[in-house]
Design a protein around this ligand. Structure first.
Ligand code: ADP
Ligand code: AMP
Length: 213
């Protein structure tokens, strides 16, 4: 099963993608996580990506597509995957589509996690991420057991640089300009399913599993 998660930054794509990956035993592939791992390890890719990410801008398609295509041909992807944060532009979706067509494959579901802009800024300011394993928490909705410490690996939790309010506003603008058109793109392919992302995360997950079966 090949799934694409759509939705504004902070809509809960990562939260849901991790649960989908566990339940259906497919890898969770987040381009944002791949970039952050590269930044942490000080790679050239990380240095380049960081200049865009810190402004809330998109990393150029050419770079992003390359890392994604390298990832989806790995052995663990034979039974499918859940893509989180990719595609974010029509050209990215077209490249993915062409690559899948070459292999006689396609995206089975594009799940749009729908959350209005008003809720997003509040959500992002409360998001805390583990510097080590990438687990995410929310100060109010999903607090860690011990303040500032990851439940899973014991490392420090931080507010991501790009979750600061001004950057979030820019990311939302970029989302509406460049990513939202993907809703029409996947609707035309007959694979788009929208779920209400404003409800409790387990209820969002229930709506998604009702769709995926
Ligand atoms: P995205 O991957 O779309 O950027 P995340 O999954 O990281 O979004 O979620 C953004 C923030 O909102 C996180 O702090 C997360 O814990 C919280 N969150 C996710 N889903 C919900 C929900 N249904 N209700 C409330 N908070 C949520
Ligand atoms: P995310 O973790 O999905 O919220 O992504 C964080 C940031 O990484 C984004 O704001 C972009 O700067 C960059 N990024 C992640 N995925 C992509 C993508 N598919 N295309 C371009 N930039 C991306």
């Amino acid at each position: 099963m090949k799934i694409v998660m759509l939705g504004a930054p902070g809509a809960g794509k990562g939260t849901q993608a991790k649960m989908i990956a566990d339940k259906y035993e497919i890898p969770h592939i987040s381009t944002g996580d791949i970039f952050r791992a590269n930044i942490k390890n000080g790679t050239e890719l990380g240095k380049e990506a960081k200049t865009y990410m810190d402004q809330g801008a998109l990393v150029p398609d050419e770079l992003t597509v390359r890392i994604l295509l390298d990832r989806v041909v790995k052995a663990d992807c034979t039974n499918g995957y859940v893509l989180d944060g990719f595609p974010r532009t029509i050209p990215q979706a077209e490249v993915l589509d062409a690559k899948l067509s070459e292999m006689n494959e396609k995206i089975d579901y594009a799940i749009n996690v729908d959350v209005p802009d008003e809720n997003i800024v509040r959500r992002m300011s409360g998001r805390r991420a583990c510097v080590n394993c990438g687990a995410t928490y929310h100060l109010v909705h999903v607090p860690p057991k011990k303040e500032g410490i990851c439940d899973k690996c014991g490392n420090e939790l931080i507010l991501r640089d790009d979750d600061k309010e001004e950057t979030v506003k820019n990311r939302l603008k970029v989302y509406h300009d460049q990513t939202q058109p993907l809703i029409d793109f996947y609707t035309a392919k007959g694979v788009l399913k929208s779920v209400d992302g404003t409800v409790d995360m387990m209820d969002v997950f229930k709506a998604i599993t009702d769709i995926l079966g």
